[in-house]
Design a protein around this ligand. Sequence first.
Ligand code: PLP
Length: 362
Amino acid sequence: MNERPVNFSAGPAILPLEVLEEASRSVVALEGVGLSILEISHRSPPFEAIIAAAREGIRTALEVPDTHDVLFLQGGARAQFAQVPLNFLRSGTSAAYVNTGAWSAYAVEEAARLGTAADVASGESSAFSRLPDVSDLRFGADTAYVHTTSNNTIYGTQWQELPDFGETPHVCDMSSDIFSRPVDVSRFKLIYAGAQKNAGPAGVTLVIVDKAWMAQAREDIPAIWRYATHAAKDSMYNTPPTFPIYVVGLVTQWIERQGGVERIAENNERKAGLIYDAIAASAVWECAVEEPSHQSRMNVAWRTRDPELAPRFVAEAAQAGLSGLKGHRKVGGLRASIYNAMPLSGVEKLANFMDQFARRNS
Ligand SMILES: *Cc1c(COP(=O)(O)O)cnc(C)c1O
C-alpha cells in the first residue's frame, strides 16, 4: 500500500490501522465463523458475543458503574438532541442548555420544539472562543436536566473539568472526546456520543444512561424513542448497526492495549501540546482559543494572521501528506483533529510542517 496520508479529519475520523486491518478481514470472514460480519444475524451467537464484548469494552474503558446501562442507538448525536427531551422534558419542567457553540445550539433548538428549553450560559459573546462561566448557575427542582457539550469540535474548546450541577441531572454530549480521558460516569445521568469522531465508524451512537433516571422517563412516547425499550432488549429492539458496533468493540480493545484512557489522556496532552506550541512559535499563526485551560486536546483550531495564507497552507500540507486541515466552514481558518488514534508521529509531522511553512512565509 502507498503511504497513507496523516488524517486530521474532524469526523468521520481516523481509526487505528490495526483496527481497520482486523475489520477488513472480518468483512470477508469472521474468525471462527467463516461468514462476513456484514452477513450474519444480529440474533446469532457470534454477534451476541460481539455486542456483549463491545458493551463490556466500553464499561471497562470508562469504568461505567452498575447503576448505568450502555446502549447502542442510531441517528447520531442529532437523534439524541431530540431523544433526550422526548424522554425527560415534561410539561411544567424546563431544560437548561450551556451553549458552547454550534452543536449545543442545535441541541437546544431541538429541545425547544418539544417543551421549555433555553440557554442558561453562552459563549456567544466571544464567538465561542471561550467557555462561558457557569459557576453561579443554580437550578430548582423544575429543571429537568442541564445539557453540556464536553468538547466543541468546531470551535476547538473543551471543558478540562466538566461543571458540577449537584443534584440537577446532567446530560453531556461527548461525541468528540469520549474515551479521550477518564470520566466519572456516576456524575452524569446520561452521556451520548456519535461514534464517528473518537469511538468507531459512523452509524452507531453510544449512550450511557443512569438506570434509575431512565425508569422515570416518559412512557407516552413511541416505543422506538424510549431508552427503556432499547435497554430492555440489550440494544437489539430493532436490527442494530452490527458492523459499527463490531468496530467500536475493536476500538475498545485497542484502547485497552494502549493502557486505557488514562494513558491515552497523557498521550493526548502531549500531542495537543506540540501543536499549540507550534502555533505560539510564530506570528504567522493565531490560536482561535487563547485561554489555555479552554483549549481542546481533540480539535486544535487556529488561523493565519494573513487570511490568504490559510488555503495555501491546507493545499501545501495535503501535498506533504497531511490531510483534512481546513477549518469548519462556520469559523474558517485551520483545524487539526487529533483524536485518540492519531499517533504522536503524525502530530510531529504536522508541527514540523507548520514550522517550515511559518519560516517560509514570515
Ligand atoms: C459531530 C458532532 C455532533 C453531530 O453528530 P451526528 O452523529 O452527525 O449527529 C454532535 N455533537 C458533537 C459534539 C459533535 O462533534
